[in-house]
Design a protein around this ligand. Structure first.
Ligand code: ATP
Ligand code: ZN
Length: 326
């Protein structure tokens, strides 16, 4: 117990009591539920690492962290990582820091590239099977490896292949996409469609002054393949857009704000309070925050998305009947 020098009152030094106050004030019905929640953060860069820290400080039960990269001095304009962690893998460095901040969080560090063929399978396994790759680390393909692009619609075959892909059951409550490229987002989209797993996408623009977050719930909202981003729609290869030697801008402010919006939406989703926003944009130059709902595309190129849309429609009809009967 600590005594406030000015008032002489007893100060509650337990961080959990500040979180539990949300319950006393009627914002959250059962805050302690957060101890039973598992979140996977994919991409531990400027947004993902900060999001992971916020979740650890909020008392999340289990945190899975995925990234193929190492901490570099060039990352020091962002929050979270420290110079002495240079050379460590981002997921191991994060696990080290977060274990110190909140030892109650079960941390799983996966250094892997999720877009290679092996990486795709390893990533999916990690989301479905507890204790996957032996000691909580893996090497699902090197950083330079790349798959045949089948993370998207290429995996779709006949109906039975679709069924096999859709059989596994997820062990996480939410996946947060904090990666910085289209290929990795399409991989997360595919794995989450296969698992029927809700995920949240996040992004910060190359000029560092705007960003967005978006909820993707298979069958209920647009998936990442439903509405292709402009770059893809126009047929320009993303890799040719990233000019060699010209680095993208990044600001700790914009990344911190997007991480904050992402984790706020995550808390609302996990603990069922307030309104979970499906799409929230942030344009810092004019402080503009657009929101919108994006409906799934019945003609989505990903056939599994179509299957999820049909399942959602059946479920919605059943829920309506049940509600009418009650
Ligand atoms: P910069 O590109 O400016 O050097 P960065 O690579 O750290 O920075 P961020 O936007 O801060 O980019 O973070 C994105 C993170 O996502 C990075 O840590 C990156 O390693 C990770 N990432 C991107 N693609 C993959 C992938 N296929 N598998 C695993 N991690 C990925
Ligand atoms: Zn779709």
């Amino acid at each position: 117990q600590r005594i406030d020098k000015m008032s002489g009152e007893v100060v509650d030094s337990n961080p959990y009591s500040r979180l539990m106050a949300l319950q006393r004030m009627g914002i959250v019905k059962d805050y302690e539920q957060i101890r039973n929640k598992t979140v996977a953060v994919v991409g531990m860069g400027g947004v993902g690492s900060v999001a992971a820290e916020m979740l650890a400080r909020c008392g999340i039960g289990r945190l899975l962290m995925f990234d193929y990269d190492h901490v570099e001095l060039a990352n020091m304009n962002r929050l979270f990582f420290r110079p002495e962690q240079c050379g460590m893998t981002k997921t191991d460095a994060a696990a080290q820091t977060l274990a110190g901040i909140n030892p109650d969080v079960a941390l799983e560090s996966y250094t892997m590239n999720i877009t290679t063929l092996e990486g795709f399978e390893a990533f999916k396994t990690c989301l479905t099977v507890a204790g996957c790759p032996a000691d909580g680390r893996s090497n699902g393909g090197g950083k330079d490896g790349s798959n045949d692009g089948s993370g998207g619609s290429g995996r779709d075959g006949d109906g039975s292949a679709l069924q096999r892909a859709a059989d596994a059951v997820s062990r996480v409550d939410l996946v947060l996409s904090c990666v910085d490229n289209y290929e990795a987002r399409m991989t997360i989209n595919q794995v989450c469609l296969e698992l029927g797993q809700t995920w949240m996408e996040s992004g910060v623009s190359e000029d560092a002054v705007s960003g967005h977050i978006q909820v993707v719930a298979p069958g209920r909202t647009a998936c990442f393949a439903c509405v292709p981003p402009l770059v893809v729609a126009s047929g320009i290869d993303e890799r040719t857009l990233k000019r060699e030697g010209v680095c993208a801008a990044s600001l700790p402010t914009t990344m911190g704000i997007i991480a904050g919006l992402l984790v706020q939406n995550t808390l609302k989703y996990l603990l069922s309070f307030g309104q979970v926003t499906q799409y929230l944009g942030y344009s810092s130059l004019k402080d503009f925050f657009p929101t919108m709902d994006i409906k799934p595309n019945p003609g989505c190129i990903n056939l599994l998305c179509g299957q999820r849309q049909a399942e959602w429609a059946v479920g919605a009809a059943e829920r309506a009947v049940a509600a009418a009967a009650a």
